[in-house]
Design a binder for this molecule. Structure first.
Ligand SMILES: Nc1ncnc2c1ncn2[C@@H]1O[C@H](COP(=O)(O)OP(=O)(O)O)[C@@H](O)[C@H]1O
Ligand SMILES: [Mg+2]
Length: 338
């Protein structure tokens, strides 16, 4: 649905050139919710702005629904852009227009006949559950309600793609949850492809099917959310997963028991896949294990667990035990060797 091929973007400013995207390639499939996560300044907004053609890539191609948008002529571009909806962190609503008229706005630009447009706005208000706020002005709404208006407006012209630039970053956790829930519903009901960018692994975990990690203008990792949570490979991904799971181990625990113990991090997907394997390891290899950290979370609809264990026993036994876990298909990372 969205094919990003070797895209680079350089901003030329009076003082310097800024390389905001460095040879980025990504493929977003039709109907999926794809997340891009990165720290502030990583290049996320630049990437999303290249997709809806608010910025032109310095090199590379972007193919949206079979069409190379980097090569489109101006008038075709405008038409194409109407099929790409976008929502923003600060909502970008028109303060002098009511909720109804904000949602009406893109339909006016697309010259949809008035009757038909009004009908469409009513449908959208129902979808985002704001029928009773139709005559309110943005300043009379809560943040969550404003973002619902933003979503309705983005969907007005029946886009095939919805882009979201930190759409929940200004909202409290509960409101964030309800907006993410709405996005999931829309994705399912309309089979809409959603590309969202965020700095929050919690958002990725809650709605995304796949995720790309962007660091310093480059994509450093791409995969399905569960595998990246289970075994992040780049340092940036590790730190995002660590923050979300709250499982960065305190420094002193790593030196707990001097150097005589091994510390491993085990992650498992699904309900109880981890536990029996670990108790067999303890029994079969006469190893002692301390639980330093345990957490069960949910990724979209799948349970996902992380367990940090300190293993004590003869070195051979511990090595064999870890080997056994590997063989059982459990994802393991050795955090500290004895
Ligand atoms: N219009 C611009 N002119 C010059 N530099 C820019 C412009 N927009 C973004 N940048 C720079 O490009 C880099 C990436 O920015 P951005 O895409 O906004 O990152 P993010 O959204 O991940 O925080 C940053 O170094 C930023 O300062
Ligand atoms: Mg940004």
């Amino acid at each position: 649905m969205i094919e990003i091929q070797n895209v680079s973007k350089i901003y030329h400013t009076s003082s310097q050139d800024v390389l905001a995207l460095d040879d980025v390639s990504l493929h977003v499939k039709k109907g999926e919710i794809f997340g891009i996560i990165g720290l502030s300044g990583a290049g996320k907004s630049t990437l999303i702005r290249c997709i809806n053609m608010l910025e032109k890539p310095s090199s590379g191609r972007i193919i949206v629904d079979g069409e190379d948008i980097t090569a489109l002529e101006k008038h075709l571009l405008r038409e194409k852009r109407q099929k790409i909806g976008m929502i923003f962190q600060h909502f970008n609503l028109l303060s002098s227009r009511t909720v109804f008229d904000n949602i009406m706005f893109p339909l006016e630009i697309a010259r949809v006949p008035r009757k038909e447009a009004q009908q469409r706005v009513m449908e959208l208000l129902e979808m985002v559950e704001l029928v009773d706020k139709a005559r309110a002005y943005p300043e009379q709404l809560s943040g969550g309600q404003k973002q619902r208006v933003g979503i309705a407006r983005a969907l007005a012209n029946d886009p095939k793609i919805l882009l979201s630039d930190e759409a929940t970053s200004a909202l409290d956790p509960q409101t964030t949850s309800s907006i993410l829930h709405l996005l999931k519903e829309i994705n399912r009901q309309l089979n809409l492809t959603i590309l969202l960018i965020t700095h929050d692994m919690g958002v990725i975990k809650e709605v995304c099917d796949r995720v790309a990690v962007i660091d310093n203008s480059k994509i450093v990792e791409v995969g399905d959310v569960l595998s990246i949570l289970a075994s992040p490979s780049s340092p940036t991904s590790k730190s995002f997963v660590g923050t979300m799971m709250n499982q960065e181990l305190p420094e002193d625990l790593l030196h707990h028991n001097g150097n005589s113990s091994t510390i491993i991090r085990v992650s498992f997907v699904g309900t109880s896949t981890g536990e029996p394997v670990i108790s067999s390891m303890i029994q079969n290899y006469s190893i002692h294990a301390n639980i330093l950290y345990a957490n069960i979370d949910r990724v979209k609809d799948t349970p996902f667990g992380i367990l940090t264990l300190e293993l004590m026993g003869p070195k051979d036994a511990v090595d064999e035990g870890i080997h056994f876990l590997h063989e059982q298909g459990v994802e393991i990372e050795v955090l500290k060797n004895a």
